[in-house]
Design a protein around this ligand. Structure first.
Ligand SMILES: [Zn+2]
Length: 157
């Protein structure tokens, strides 16, 4: 049994899988590893608040938008398959290369990246939607049907 807080009503309850329905309000969600780790401390959260709490816990920045340059050499090292499979992309954030992820605590993520780039990665947190969109912008789109909800990138700042 792994405890987690329902983002919709704040109720703390246990379930065997990451994917679950809240036992109080029936809200369905997939609990992130850090969300399970911080059960009882998160309470009711919007998507952005949840990601902010995850980022704060791991002491990395939360990025509401991903208008940063891709770290090209590292992106070549990891490749598009790895980026899509692990939902991550390396960006230059204020001079620091950071792998943008939904949850730095995702199983084996740190090890997989470290093994691929032969050094220890720094992280930043963003929504899955933003990361997938940035992967598509950089590497190109695999399936044209999946671009329907993609907005054009705003100009870099
Ligand atoms: Zn609930």
């Amino acid at each position: 049994m792994q405890l987690r807080d329902c983002p919709q009503c704040g109720h703390t309850f246990g379930a065997v899988n990451a994917y679950c329905s809240c036992t109080r309000c029936n809200h369905r969600f997939t609990a992130l590893p850090t969300q399970i780790f911080l059960a009882g401390k998160m309470g009711k959260t919007t998507d952005e608040q949840l990601l902010t709490l995850i980022a704060e816990y791991h002491e990395v920045p939360f990025l509401p938008s991903l208008d940063y340059c891709v770290s090209h050499q590292t992106a070549i090292m990891i490749g598009v398959k790895f980026a899509r499979m692990n939902i991550t992309i390396p960006l230059m954030v204020h001079g620091c290369e950071r792998f943008v992820v939904v949850d730095p605590q995702a199983p084996e993520l740190f090890e997989k990246i470290a093994t691929t780039i032969h050094r220890l990665p720094e992280f930043a947190v963003a929504s899955e939607h933003c990361i997938r969109k940035r992967i598509n912008e950089h590497f190109g789109v695999m399936n044209p049907a999946s671009t329907l909800d993609i907005q054009p990138l705003s100009p870099p700042k």
